[in-house]
Design a protein around this ligand. Sequence first.
Ligand SMILES: C[S@@+](CC[C@H](N)C(=O)[O-])C[C@H]1O[C@@H](n2cnc3c(N)ncnc32)[C@H](O)[C@@H]1O
Length: 206
Amino acid sequence: MGIYSRLIFPRLLDLSMSGQELSRYRQSLLAPVRGEVLEIGFGTGLNMPYYGDGVRSLTAIDPNVGMAKLATPRVQAATVKVDLQTANAEALPMADERFDAVVCTWTLCSIPNIEQALAEVWRVLKPGGKFFFIEHGLSPDRGVGTWQQRMTPLQRRIADGCHLDRPMANLIQAVFAQVELQEFYATDLPKLIGYFYQGVATKPPL
Ligand SMILES: C[S@@+](CC[C@H](N)C(=O)[O-])C[C@H]1O[C@@H](n2cnc3c(N)ncnc32)[C@H](O)[C@@H]1O
């Protein structure tokens, strides 16, 4: 991992993702999260203030060690017990059916093999477990979508592998049959990066 990814990008990310609008989405997504929880793509820990009393434990993974350094003060300030690990969502080092909930915020855009990561989310969820997500991705507006496809090669370079043009709903629905989903443009972001998919996918109970 190069200096840009490890030292510079985590700081840029922390600044750019700690604004009020994203914080409101974090709050609404995380309020119903309960039980034994896994967060994939933990980043700098910006979701920490929004986990409620119903969370018994939080396991958090991110492959970028530069993120963990910035996340540590937020982890230390938390009331919930956090197990922060350096790991890749495409190959989670956790047992099958271990978690009540998996959380993922603006991370599926950056995982090289997103299908494999979603299969891993499914594997580690208990029957009846829930996948809470908010992601940016491909807009259904043709003009916006075309520009998202054009700009993705540049975005991948400057934003550490982030794709603008992933059809998140299709990718998640290919793994989870039951998905409550909202799609909308964020009000404070350019449309290229601001088409959001927020929802909860459920693994069927036994
Ligand atoms: C845009 S950031 C979002 C960080 C955090 N989820 C948030 O909401 O602030 C994307 C995160 O995905 C992480 N990431 C990239 N590839 C990953 C992978 N294969 N598995 C898990 N996380 C990954 C990055 O290191 C980064 O922390």
